[in-house]
Design a protein around this ligand. Structure first.
Ligand code: ATP
Ligand code: PRP
Ligand code: NIO
Length: 496
């Protein structure tokens, strides 16, 4: 079979790191496979030095978990995986166990489109430790990338201040799924359409586009190229005007626009893809307006990102109506990974009691939070005030104090009983059964716009954004501190 058919028709359960399978084998050998554990997926820093992150990728995760099953092909492959002495790593009885394994975990997650902040669990998995372990890598793969791109797209669209942004990234994206899931995430983050036709077909995203230099170059002259296009597609005319001389190109577009008009058609737009976009767009606008083409839009492209768009639009008053953004959006050019991690935060001991876990680190930033966490977002009217990470086993009551996990002296008191709130993690799977109704892509996209609207402008600015308050509920903070002290004492005792 060809590589693309094999990739997309096969089971995805093996989309994991080998060490997840070797640890799974170890859990099984040690009789621990079914010990209940809790894992949280979270990141430690907003991308792009920004003040927020857009959660994205859950639909992929749901699909992946829904069809989580090792196929006989997978097991045959695993049978042949060898250790350092050339012997099979996995014994057949274990492979048989994997073959019969069904996904039975509880999964709670933030819906796609939720605005999320560092240290907040975006996904919580509770169930047999072997299963929680095996799905670590694919969950990170799906959530890290799509959340990164949805966040970049949200930033680009904030800079465009309501103008249409078309995502042009397919040709520069990181491979096939890098392009497809980037187109999906970019649309969710706020783009209006994509040039990626397969993404349009798969996800129901509107597709749109203009024309390339090769079209113009294939004719003896630019006017001939525009005329031929207008004859072929009179209702789809956005001419690329910078192949030879941008302003002459606009004049050539106007000339064809006049004959389109004479036939009851319209010159929809011109695209400028090089040079000083502020200067050329303003000049192009003058030419178009003088000729009576006030409603012809100016599309700009060429290595754009949120900073260039912001400068062109807000500082230089460029006359650009539509932004075509490719490379820097779909490759998350200035930050290639979100850096979300997946950490165990509790495991049930032999007596059935939850044993809360943290990982010690020299860096406070790297110490995870313990417990079976939930995130509560408090609102004052329709504005988000602060988020509290708490242990769902101990529902907070009365007056609430939240503690900054990076600086315990920073505490925020909330008159919680008078405030509206929403718990951000929603049940997705209960004992392996899907209990969540997936929103469609339009609903997800609309929720990003709505959610962003509930945050103060300072959180969304590009330079030194305001750090939105996220804290640990005080008793969870105390618990974390006591676990750290206990582990440090254990370390000291072992050294003596
Ligand atoms: N007025 C402007 N202010 C800020 N940045 C701009 C402005 N006009 C264009 N840019 C950006 O400057 C960069 C221009 O890069 P470059 O010099 O490679 O483009 P170019 O001169 O159009 O040549 P090419 O044909 O190779 O694209 C692009 O990222 C573009 O988006
Ligand atoms: O610049 P991006 O944000 O990635 O947007 C996509 C770019 O892709 C096309 O260029 P093409 O691949 O033909 O090459 P070019 O850079 O020489 O125009 C298009 O003209 C844009 O410039
Ligand atoms: O349609 C376009 O103008 C387009 C598509 C892909 C990349 N650059 C431009």
């Amino acid at each position: 079979m060809k590589i693309i058919e094999r990739l997309y028709d096969g089971s995805m359960t093996m989309l994991t790191d080998l060490f997840q399978l070797t640890m799974a084998y170890g859990y099984w050998k040690s009789g621990k496979a079914n010990q209940q554990a809790v894992f949280n997926l979270f990141f430690r820093k907003n991308p792009f030095n920004g003040g927020f992150t857009v959660a994205c990728g859950l639909e992929y995760v749901v699909d992946f978990l829904n069809s989580f099953k090792f196929s006989s092909d997978d097991l045959t492959y695993l049978q042949a995986v060898k250790d350092s002495r050339g012997n099979p790593i996995f014994e057949n009885e274990f492979l048989d166990y994997l073959g019969h394994m069904d996904f039975t975990c509880d999964v709670d997650a933030m819906p796609e489109g939720t605005i999320v902040f560092p240290h907040e669990p975006m996904i919580r998995v509770k169930g047999p430790v072997i299963q929680g372990q095996l799905i670590e890598t694919p969950l990170l793969n799906m959530i890290n990338f799509q959340s990164l791109i949805a966040t970049k797209a949200a930033r680009v669209n904030l800079a465009a201040k309501g103008d249409r942004v078309i995502e042009f990234g397919l040709r520069r994206a990181q491979g096939i799924d890098g392009a497809l899931s980037a187109s999906r995430a970019a649309y969710i983050g706020g783009c209006s359409s994509t040039s990626n036709v397969l993404a349009g077909k798969l996800f129901g995203i509107p597709v749109s586009g203009t024309q390339a230099h090769s079209w113009v170059m294939s004719f003896d002259s630019e006017p001939e190229a525009f005329e031929a296009y207008a004859r072929a597609m009179p209702d789809n005319c956005i001419f690329l005007v910078d192949t030879y001389d941008t302003l002459k190109g606009v004049e050539n577009a106007v000339a064809v626009g006049k004959s389109l008009r004479a036939n009851g058609k319209k010159l929809i737009g011109v695209r400028i893809d090089s040079g000083d976009l502020a200067y050329f767009s303003v000049k192009a606008r003058e030419i178009l307006d003088m000729a009576g083409f006030q409603d012809t839009v100016i599309v700009a492209s060429n290595d754009l990102d949120e900073h260039i768009i912001n400068s062109l639009k807000s500082e230089q008053h460029a006359a650009i109506d539509v932004w075509g953004v490719g490379t820097k959006l779909v490759t998350a050019f200035d930050q290639p990974a979100l850096g979300a991690v997946y950490k165990m935060s509790a495991i049930r001991d032999g007596s059935g009691k939850w044993d809360y876990k943290i990982k010690l680190s020299e860096q406070a930033l790297k110490m995870n939070n313990p417990g079976i966490q939930q995130v509560r977002r408090y609102y004052d009217q329709d504005k988000a005030l602060a988020d509290m990470i708490f242990d769902s086993q101990h529902q907070p009551e009365g007056k609430i104090s939240i503690v900054d996990p990076m600086d315990a002296t920073r505490r925020k008191k909330l008159a919680a009983s008078t405030l509206l709130y929403k718990d951000l993690l929603e049940p997705v799977f209960e004992q392996g059964k899907l209990v969540y109704k997936l929103p469609n892509i339009e609903e997800i996209k609309a929720s990003v716009a709505k959610e962003l609207g509930s945050f103060h402008g300072g959180v969304k600015r590009f330079v030194n954004p305001h750090s939105y308050p996220v804290g640990l509920e005080a008793s969870l903070y105390e618990l974390k501190t006591s676990l750290i002290l206990k582990l440090r004492n254990m370390e000291n005792d072992q050294r003596q």
